[in-house]
Design a protein around this ligand. Structure first.
Ligand SMILES: Cc1ncc(C[n+]2csc(CCOP(=O)(O)OP(=O)(O)O)c2C)c(N)n1
Ligand SMILES: [Mg+2]
Length: 226
């Protein structure tokens, strides 16, 4: 049984009170991630959906973001929320399980995903349900996240932008253009997390096109921490 999110009042400014989603201590994230994995496998198998492995490989990352790191309120469209752009959108079942658990989507819609509910095989933009961007064609999410982060910086907004990408997805040219742009404009409000599961579609990355050698070069050329 997935633990219900605990909600608490949080003073954001002197004039407004926002109902924030509570965070879990790091020691409880492991148990939470396990419960989410069980939930997603049960529902994905029941609904005869594929892409279970890419969904499982990023549950720990998403659990840390949604229950520990990101500032989120009960209102998924709260202006000051941290944004997650889920670029490897084919692996979105863990995201759905979390959005249902956090109360952004109805449990019923999650249970019926892939067979009639508005939730499809790849996450599609629906800010009222906490989904910031439509992705699925690899190479799109990071450019979108960079745009959001750039806009936030121009407007002096305080929220952060997180982007979860696949390691195979990093082969896309658009990802590298986005990285260069982020470095040029010093987007310190952007965190990119690569789900380094060493797999892409039907093979291992190292047997297709590895990005391993690029890690050091990237660090040197754009002066970022990897
Ligand atoms: C532009 C584009 N090319 C190909 C695909 C087909 N495709 C879907 S998932 C996938 C593998 C992605 O690998 P990775 O980014 O490592 O994600 P993982 O499945 O390992 O989580 C591919 C090639 C796609 N969705 N978009
Ligand atoms: Mg991969």
């Amino acid at each position: 049984m997935i633990e219900k999110a605990v909600k608490k009042k949080h003073r954001v400014s002197s004039s407004s009170r926002v109902e924030m989603l509570a965070k879990l201590p790091a020691s409880r994230l492991y148990k939470k991630a396990n419960a989410l994995r069980k939930d997603l496998v049960k529902i994905a198998v029941q609904n005869k959906a594929g892409h279970i492995a890419p969904s499982l490989s990023c549950v720990d990352i998403l659990t840390a973001l949604y229950y520990h790191t990101m500032n989120l309120s009960c209102d998924p469209q709260w202006e000051e929320r941290d944004r997650l752009v889920f670029s490897k959108a084919h692996g979105c079942y863990g995201l759905y399980a979390i959005l249902a658990d956090r109360g952004y989507i109805r449990r019923e819609d999650w249970e019926n995903f892939y067979r009639g509910s508005f939730l499809s095989g790849c996450a599609e933009r629906s800010t009222e349900h906490g989904i910031e961007a439509s992705c699925g064609a690899l190479g799109h999410g990071l450019p979108i996240a960079v745009g959001i982060a750039f806009g936030a910086k121009l407007q002096d907004k305080k929220y952060r932008v997180y982007c979860v990408v696949g390691d195979g997805e990093m082969q896309e040219g658009s990802m590298w253009e986005a990285v260069q742009f982020a470095a040029k404009y010093k987007l310190s409000n952007l965190t990119v997390i690569i789900d380094h599961n060493r797999l892409q579609a039907m093979d291992f990355l190292e047997d297709v096109l590895t990005v391993e050698g690029k890690r050091f070069n990237l660090q040197q050329s754009i002066n970022c921490r990897i």
